[in-house]
Design a protein around this ligand. Structure first.
Ligand code: ATR
Length: 283
């Protein structure tokens, strides 16, 4: 990488941030598009977050991504957040305006949907119900995206039912909350199954779910991408369901920020996937 004194600057704020793949991802696009710019990891402790965000324009940054644990704090820290970020209750992308004002949006739902469109072009959102497992931060972005895509019914199941009830009440739309123990039965007639829980991730527990009631035409997606092929995806694939892994959500959610900061629309390619995958394998 070679940058000049005029380089466009952006980065990712997290705590910790060392595990973030965003610098590799944006670095790949900067390099392949030949842009004079840099995208750096910004380790920011929670107690310093508001101060660091306010300093971004003063340091000449065009913006930043925001990751765990700052996404909710970022909503409060920006001067203006769009309706999408306010509905999700979190900001993952900050753009510094010409006047130095901070604009916040959330591209996680966009990344989720683009990943499904890319990986399963035949999936038609209005064609049937979606089953969403989990009611954490990731679930919020996924559910908002599904509502906006015209999914007629969202069956939401979470280990802690009350958290799902709260999320449904806040978001509105066609969300039906059910008991976690009923998850296998609620697969009946579904057009999509998404796991947004941490279950199935390397080092976490196994996601226990009997898929026998799920139509074999239903699309199955796991937002977990370590491992890339989770037990859920392997079981779905083995019975003939179309499956999409979670890595593409990470790649696609990065596109709008990159374009806003660096002025060119980047693409999610096989090369990029391979590069990120090699990092996941411990490279
Ligand atoms: P994120 O913001 O990334 O979604 P999170 O807010 O910690 O992460 O949410 C993790 C999700 O995984 C939650 O839905 C959580 O269920 P609870 O709300 O009941 O905590 C779910 N989860 C974590 N461990 C689980 C387990 N052992 N069985 C089922 N669900 C689990």
């Amino acid at each position: 990488m070679s940058i000049t004194g005029k380089a466009k600057l952006a980065g990712v704020m997290g705590w910790p941030v060392a595990h973030s793949l965003s610098p590799v991802l944006h670095g790949h696009w900067l390099e392949t598009l030949g842009i004079d710019g840099a995208y750096v990891p910004l380790p920011v402790a929670p107690e310093d977050f508001a101060q660091v965000v306010a300093a971004l324009p003063k340091m000449g940054f065009r913006g930043a991504n925001v990751t765990v644990p700052h996404k909710e704090a970022a909503l409060a820290a920006v001067d203006e957040a769009d309706a999408l970020a306010r509905r999700i209750g979190a900001v993952n992308t900050i753009i510094v305006g010409e006047d130095g004002r901070l604009f916040g949006t959330n591209t996680d739902g966009f990344g989720f949907l683009e990943n499904l469109k890319d990986g399963a072009p035949g999936w038609n959102p209005p064609a049937g119900p979606a089953v969403v497992l989990g009611a954490g931060g990731a679930a919020r972005a996924v559910i908002v995206a599904l509502i906006d895509a015209g999914v007629p019914e969202i069956r939401l199941l979470n280990r802690t039912r009350e958290r799902a009830e709260r999320l449904a009440a806040e978001l509105g739309g066609p969300i039906a909350v059910d008991d976690w123990d009923d998850r296998a039965a609620r697969l009946n007639g579904a057009n999509l199954l998404v796991n947004t829980t941490t279950q199935g991730m390397t080092g976490k527990g196994v996601l226990e779910i009997d898929l026998s009631a799920l139509p074999v035409t239903a699309l199955v997606n796991d937002i977990v991408y370590v491992p890339l092929e989770t037990d859920l995806l392997a079981a779905a694939r083995a019975r003939g369901n179309p499956v999409v892994d979670g890595l593409g959500m990470l790649l696609h959610q990065a596109r709008p920020g990159f374009e806003a900061w660096f002025g060119q629309a980047p693409q999610v390619t096989g090369d990029l996937r391979a590069r990120i995958l090699s990092r996941l394998d411990g490279g």
